[in-house]
Design a protein around this ligand. Structure first.
Ligand code: ADP
Length: 197
């Protein structure tokens, strides 16, 4: 099962990916998590990416495509994966097509979670409160200024990715405003029509 989850920041991609990772026993490949790990470890990629991420901008396609290309060759990804936060530009989507073709792989589904923009800021505010309450560190980009930049990047650079997959007849859209369990059921329903593994 090779799945892409698309949607703006705060749409619930991470929550849903974690559920399907368990269900299908395949890894969740979150480029945001991988980049945050690189920042924490102060790797050369992390050092380049930190300021851009903190401000809410997009890290360069070359860097992100390189990370994903390496990651999908790891052994736990041979049975499939859920991409969360990638591709985020049409360039990245084309690079993904090329890497999958090279490995004779195909995507099973591309699912977009649609969410009202007005709700997103509230969701991020709740995420910050939950992290604080749990004594966990708050993401440097979970603040109103960076969030606005993340949303702008989504509108201008990532929304065309949905159109890219729609043209290929691969896109399925789901109401991300529904309660999380309902969203899971709706994704399940879409996947039941395309599950190979
Ligand atoms: P969210 O979807 O909540 O905004 P992510 O955890 O997916 O957050 O990503 C956090 C940040 O990591 C992004 O704002 C961006 O700076 C960087 N990033 C993650 N994935 C990509 C990508 N595919 N291309 C470019 N930058 C990325």
């Amino acid at each position: 099962m090779r799945l892409i989850l698309l949607g703006p920041p705060g749409a619930g991609k991470g929550t849903q990916s974690a559920r399907f990772m368990q269900k299908y026993g395949i890894p969740q490949l979150s480029t945001g998590d991988m980049l945050r790990a690189a920042v924490s470890a102060a790797t050369p990629i992390g050092l380049k990416a930190k300021a851009i991420m903190d401000a809410g901008g997009l890290v360069s396609d070359d860097i992100v495509v390189g990370i994903v290309a390496d990651r999908i060759r790891e052994s736990d990804a041979t049975r499939g994966f859920i991409l969360d936060g990638f591709p985020r530009t049409v360039n990245q989507a084309q690079a993904l097509d090329a890497m999958l073709a090279e490995q004779h792989m195909d995507l099973d589904s591309v699912i977009e979670l649609k969410v009202d923009e007005a709700a997103l800021l509230d969701r991020i505010a709740s995420r910050v409160q939950e992290m604080v309450a749990a004594g966990k560190p708050v993401r440097a980009d979970d603040n109103p200024d960076a969030f606005k930049t993340r949303l702008d990047a989504y509108r201008t650079l990532t929304a065309p990715v949905s159109a890219y997959y729609e043209k290929k007849g691969r896109l399925r859209t789901i109401d991300g405003m529904a309660p999380a369990d309902t969203v899971t059921e709706m994704i399940d329903e879409v996947l039941s029509h395309c599950v190979k593994a």
